[in-house]
Design a protein around this ligand. Structure first.
Ligand SMILES: Nc1ncnc2c1ncn2[C@@H]1O[C@H](COP(=O)(O)OP(=O)(O)OP(=O)(O)O)[C@@H](O)[C@H]1O
Ligand SMILES: [Mg+2]
Length: 112
């Protein structure tokens, strides 16, 4: 099992969700997050004034999936979330040691 954490632009959430529909049968967690990448904050214009925004709002999509699904999930997210401009986001993948469905006690792949 692996956990895929994708940090994406908020306005890409609906297209990413649609792209993952058939792969997210197990579930998905969404969190509104704030962060910065290589470019750090950006300078934005608002009501004629210029000001720096240190952290930008992004959406974190977390999915724990069986190993066989990992590459496909990554490919779908990249295709759906990409604009080609800076700030498209990032995907982090890590191993998950165990999973348990609380209602039934099922474990690991059966619990996803
Ligand atoms: N190394 C990192 N660790 C944790 N979070 C990160 C990391 N890099 C990026 N993020 C998160 O991803 C969001 C989007 O990052 P972003 O796409 O700007 O990355 P980047 O490396 O600057 O790439 P790009 O040059 O395409 O903008 C950040 O706002 C932050 O929340
Ligand atoms: Mg960036």
């Amino acid at each position: 099992m692996q956990k895929i954490e994708a940090i994406i632009r908020p306005d890409k959430l609906s297209v990413v969700k649609a792209a993952l529909e058939d792969l997210a049968h197990g579930g998905m967690t969404l969190t509104e997050v704030r962060g910065h990448g290589v470019q750090r904050g950006v300078t934005e214009q608002w009501r004629g004034r210029t000001f720096a925004v240190e952290y930008l709002t992004k959406i974190k999509v977390e999915m724990v999936v069986k190993d066989a699904d990992v590459d496909l999930v990554i490919q779908r997210i990249v295709e759906a979330a990409r604009t080609g401009e800076v700030g498209d986001g990032k995907i982090f993948v890590s191993n998950v040691a165990r999973a348990i469905r609380i209602r039934t006690g099922e474990q690991d792949d059966s619990a996803l």
